[in-house]
Design a protein around this ligand. Structure first.
Ligand SMILES: *Cc1c(COP(=O)(O)O)cnc(C)c1O
Length: 415
């Protein structure tokens, strides 16, 4: 379920004790396992060995340069949603010709930067975006490779905030407008239509909606080809769900890849996938320390030094993360709501957890490698935490904790 294991009462990540990471780098602090990131990416790459493919890691899940660099060295592609993410990928040694640019609101500067870098494909989400892309490509004297993100109108059966493939959602081009949009794309002289893509949501645990989306996309691709616009690749997005709690069953990556590979065999399409969470989610933990134990009207709170500012998923999606002490110590066990110091009632990391803890003890919030640090904020003027990569028996700080001064470095008072 996670890149950590308990040995002799202590929580370890690879060859490093997490209590040592917490003492050395302070808390709150994110720690990621290099081996776990690599093996998750390789699970995709290996399962697709017989199919022409590119695994494009979705940068928004965790965009630390060290994480991107680890994946770039494996030959990964990258799915980006902004000019900022493009700059990160290039700074980390990622190849521009393996970059896919997704997102509904690509700005002119972002499009220009991506065209000048020579990215592999723009996943276009609307007709006006096609026109903007054509105009900028013309001005630069290049042709822009495009895929249309279609909305297959299937229910991913996941949380509504992370479901993106239903009608009425802002993402993608409606299924019934897709053919006309392909006609427009093919008519614009500075675009080169290369593929089709979809992405129906995130943390999907059930393969049926993914298969349904695959069929709808292939049907559309055939209809597009019948209009004289042959496509070269099919991009099925990301969204593959991981296991956050024991009762859950992760989506089987090997099975999904085998299903897709079998379905694409003989079609001539190459395959692009855009997994984010499935690569980094279980590779990371958020380390924290207990500040106070507080008893209130029969409810017990463990107030810890991590909060919704560092990990917003529980507050935003009621997401469940396992919480575990860094060391098994002789403490009275009780059920706690684990909460942070932030001034919001939603600042909860976990409710009703049986924990044997005392003030000062270290804890780990597990499966925090995806949509953790990237969604952090400075709310309540909290400096963002340090990030550490565990590589064998080394612990390397890959982002320094923010300083208080840096929080208002760009601000001024009036005369
Ligand atoms: C967010 C996103 C992904 C990655 O989703 P995961 O659930 O992290 O795998 C892939 N493609 C697109 C277009 C996205 O918006």
């Amino acid at each position: 379920m996670s890149a950590v294991r308990r040995v002799g009462g202590e929580l370890w990540m690879e060859g490093v004790r997490l209590s040592e990471v917490a003492s050395r780098f302070g808390t709150p602090c994110y720690a990621y396992s290099r081996a776990a990131i690599e093996s998750a990416w390789q699970a995709f790459d290996r399962a697709l060995a017989g199919t022409e493919h590119l695994v494009c890691y979705a940068v928004k899940a965790n965009s630390n340069l060290a994480v991107l660099g680890i994946l770039a060295r494996l030959g990964s592609g990258f799915d980006i949603v902004s000019g900022g993410e493009l700059a990160r990928v290039l700074a980390a040694g990622g190849r521009a010709d393996r970059v896919i640019f997704s997102g509904v609101g690509k700005g002119e500067d972002e499009i220009r930067a991506a065209l000048m870098a020579g990215i592999r494909c723009f996943n276009v989400e609307s007709e006006p975006e096609l026109e903007r892309l054509d105009a900028i490509a013309r001005a630069l004297g290049v042709r822009a490779p495009v895929s249309l993100r279609v909305n297959p109108d299937v229910d991913a059966r996941t949380h509504p905030y992370i479901s993106t493939g239903l009608k009425g959602n802002k993402f993608g081009i409606a299924h019934d407008r897709a053919l006309a949009a392909y006609g427009l794309a093919a008519s614009l002289p500075n675009l080169e239509v290369t593929g089709i893509d979809c992405h129906i949501g995130s943390q999907i645990l059930d393969m049926a909606p993914l298969e349904e989306a695959l069929e709808r996309v292939l049907e559309l691709a055939a209809a597009v080809a019948a209009r004289g616009i042959p496509l070269r690749h099919v991009d099925l997005g990301g969204g593959l769900g991981i296991r956050y709690r024991e009762e859950e069953e992760a989506l089987d990556i090997g099975r999904w890849c085998a299903t897709v590979a079998a379905r694409l065999a003989g079609t001539g399409y190459s395959l692009v996938l855009e997994p984010g969470r499935a690569i980094v989610g279980n590779a990371g933990v958020l380390l924290s320390r207990v500040e106070y134990l507080k008893l209130d009207k029969g409810k017990r709170f463990a107030i810890v030094d991590a909060s919704m500012s560092e990990l917003i998923r529980p507050a935003l999606y009621e997401a469940w993360h396992e919480i575990s002490p860094l060391a098994t110590l002789d403490r009275p066990e009780a059920a706690y709501d684990v909460v942070g110091p932030v001034c919001e009632s939603s600042d909860v990391l976990g409710t009703d957890r049986r924990l044997a803890i005392a003030p000062g003890d270290g804890i780990a919030i597990l499966s925090a490698g995806a949509y953790g640090m990237v969604m952090s904020s400075n709310y309540n003027s909290r400096p963002r935490p340090a990030e550490v990569v565990i590589d064998g028996d080394r612990a390397v700080q890959v982002r320094a904790r923010e300083t208080i001064d840096s929080l208002f470095a760009g601000e001024t008072t009036l005369d």
